[in-house]
Write a new protein. Structure first.
Length: 461
């Protein structure tokens, strides 16, 4: 599903990056940032000097490299964080913490993804400083207010009514969750402000600090080791500190808010990007909701094994969405070449997937062993299913990218929604019977049916 996060839920990566669509491509964000090949003069200067000169003169290239680095750093240290948690906490604490942070990210996503994307659309078009500040103010206000409300709803439903996440039923846990949701939403929005302002270094610095600060906070003296609040507090505290760093990082253009012109910008925000917003949400929610479903239908202990396996399988959910995002950018600029570009993208994905799929099918158990001695037995079959799901997942990613680029939002939304609902429903039904592998069965079944629909429509076209 094009638009899915390119890193596993829970690792803190907040900006999706994409891979190379061709020999001269660079990772795009949102509608896509495609960087042209280096000028011949750069090549004549020698590799090192040419690269340095290109970086100094090409803000778009610098931005793209910062975005790519953000994805790598957050993914890497996301694994480190959960490895530390798995090694220092019980499976029940790890699973409950993973489900809680997944719920936090889902709440922030629902509230901020539209405002964040709007920053890339509106800020570069601002007529002047006042217009720019008004757009920024509306974006941050919508993200903050929406995330506070969505965080409070999650606390009420999953903490008090359903009791799925008991840590949220306490006053401290509920407050930490809401504050963490707001920090996460505002951080995501500021990441997109950085992209719009060609200040990708700010985004990289914020996300790096966020993922690094979480580990030491796990061990601060005032927290009781082995409690669910320990993980939630680490997320919230690190998110708040990283947010303050981001606010101070825009030195070229300070982030100053305003009360002027907000009405017009609010009306524009309310009516714009609805289609892309919904397509993105339906593509991303599955990864956030599955851990919660596993906790609700099986146990927090089972979710610890599921979550670790899902994080390992996330390498496949980086590759095809990355290439699909690049396809989105290419087709948007040249719709007539959609079929040829999609075929080229499929070949690229195939080449990139062969190696990781072979490694996971042969040595997946050894990778799971890193999380603990019980993880291979619990997660090996699920990892095989997730590995095989990379093929239909790639087909649906490419299809949704073409649909979005050619303005067929209704079809893209219907496809993503059907796969989301179908996958979650099947997982919900089978989890008590099959255990955590049922989450993978629901996922691969939904992706396969979606891919078959795409191929059937393609043949009739």
């Amino acid at each position: 599903m094009n638009g899915r996060r390119s890193a596993p839920p829970g690792d803190g990566a907040e900006v999706a990056t994409a891979g190379l669509a061709d020999a001269g491509g660079a990772p795009p964000v949102a509608a896509g940032v495609v960087v042209a090949d280096a000028a011949p003069s750069d090549a004549r200067r020698g590799p090192g000097r040419g690269v340095r000169a290109r970086l100094a003169s090409d803000a778009m290239l610098r931005n793209s490299l910062a975005i790519m680095a953000t994805s790598v750093v957050t993914s890497l240290f996301g694994y480190v964080f959960w490895l530390v948690v798995a090694r220092t906490s019980t499976a029940a604490v790890t699973g409950a913490g993973a489900a809680t942070t997944s719920a936090l990210q889902a709440a922030a996503l629902l509230a901020s993804v539209g405002a964040a994307a709007a920053m890339i659309e509106w800020l570069p078009r601002a007529a002047g400083e006042r217009d720019w500040r008004a757009a920024l103010t509306v974006g941050l206000a919508v993200a903050a207010a929406g995330s506070a409300v969505s965080g409070a709803v999650v606390v009420a439903v999953l903490g008090h009514v359903a009791g799925t996440l008991p840590a949220l039923a306490t006053g401290t846990g509920g407050a930490l969750f809401v504050v963490g949701t707001v920090c996460f939403a505002l951080g995501t929005t500021l990441d997109y402000v950085a992209v719009a302002e060609r200040a990708g270094g700010v985004m990289l610095a914020r996300n790096t600090l966020f993922v690094l600060a979480r580990v030491p906070v796990l061990f601060v003296p005032w927290l009781l080791p082995g409690t669910g609040d320990q993980i939630l507090t680490a997320w919230t505290a690190a998110g708040a500190v990283a947010l303050l760093v981001a606010l101070a990082g825009f030195r070229g253009r300070p982030l100053r808010l305003t009360r002027h012109g907000l009405g017009g910008h609010w009306r524009a925000m309310r009516s714009s990007l609805v289609g892309q917003h919904l397509v993105t949400i339906t593509a991303m929610l599955g990864g956030y909701l599955l851990p919660i479903v596993v906790v609700a239908r099986v146990s927090p202990e089972a979710n610890a094994y599921f979550y670790a396996t899902w994080m390992l399988g996330a390498v496949f959910f980086m590759i095809s969405p990355a290439v699909a995002t690049s396809l989105f950018a290419e087709v948007a600029s040249d719709p007539a070449a959609a079929l040829a570009t999609a075929r080229r993208s499929a070949k690229i994905i195939g080449l990139l997937l062969v190696g990781p799929m072979a490694v996971y099918l042969v040595a997946g158990g050894l990778l799971l062993q890193l999380f603990g001695p019980d993880y291979p037995a619990q997660g090996r079959l699920l990892l095989v299913v997730l590995t095989l799901s990379a093929v239909p997942d790639a087909v649906t990613n490419l299809a949704v990218a073409v649909l979005r680029a050619t303005g067929r939002m209704g079809t893209a939304l219907a496809l993503n929604t059907a796969m989301l609902v179908g996958g979650l429903a099947l997982a919900w039904a089978l989890l008590p019977v099959l255990g955590i592998v049922a989450a993978g069965v629901g996922w691969i079944a939904a992706q396969t049916l979606g891919a078959l629909w795409v191929l059937a429509v393609r043949r009739r076209a």
